[in-house]
Design a protein around this ligand. Sequence first.
Ligand code: TYM
Length: 333
Amino acid sequence: METEIKRKRVLSGIQPSGVFTLGNYIGAVRNWNELQDSCDCLFMVANMHTITVRQTPAVLRENTYRAFANLLAAGLDPQKSVLFVQSQVPAHTELCWILDCYTMFGELSRMTQFKDKSAKNADNINAGLFTYPVLMAADILLYGADAVPVGVDQKQHVELARDIANRFNGVYGNVFTVPEPLIAKTGAKIMSLSEPQYKMSKSDPNPNSFIAVSDTPDDILRKFKRAVTDSEATVKRGEGRHGINNLIEIYSIAAGTTPEETENRFDGKGYGEFKVACAEAVIEMLRPFREKTDDLMKNRDYLDGLFRQGAETASRIAERVLSKVCKKTGIIR
Ligand code: TYM
């Protein structure tokens, strides 16, 4: 008889499309850490997603190692969680093709990230960019994930994964677990420093718009000093005050305070002082993470060993669902 209550299965991923930003750290990786002890977790470097936008091969390879090292440096532990690289588990692309046949053109056309990315890459609106959310659904459904921790920008994609799972289950019975997005209460949408009405993004061509986790303390200080705010010059949150709202959120997370405490602490103080305090808090938060990543990047054999271990475990789990899907759909393997 099974006495243990079933632990929730959690899966999430991050693209190695550049160096991680403060948004990725605060909105994603930092929260994954906390789930490791209470859930069965899988975390992956989603490198197959990254080629939807043209990449330099050597840079993509390097960024894939760096992203994996970042996950370890953030505290993800290969003894507790399954950590792997997406391209090393071919079941993702296999299931993706099958799910493509259960996803509607209209659904994919409504994805806001597709609309944004095709506007930004007008000369390369490839089919992969369009079907990207189906690969993401495959990533999630392959492992029977109950919960998918993501930032706000990925919520729509997780909802599509739910729709695809429900549609497939409606035809073939209960094959897929229907996943829930898990959105953190704070930090789920860190905004750009130069255009704070938009989210901070690692693919932004303006390097002053984001803090990269690899930035030096000098870079971080310079970027915060240049951060766009408004003419009110009060450290108080308010409707439409995108710049200062964002800085208050970042400071509060980095310094471990609540937004109210931050407002009180900087009551009567100007933006200049507050921006320096933001930079200092972020520098301290990222320092151990940056140093650990640099150390890990010097040891490729160690990383390769972990890649292999993660891919083996992930493949074993994925195989169960994939073989069931193939059986149900009449695909001979
Ligand atoms: P990606 O690589 O763009 O981002 C990784 C995670 O970081 C979150 N994030 C943010 N959170 C707060 N503020 C921001 N400015 C910010 N920018 C990014 C994202 O919401 C995400 O949680 N398609 C995904 C990767 C992926 C995936 C998956 C995620 C592939 N397969 C399966 C979950 C499950 C992506 O491009 O994330």
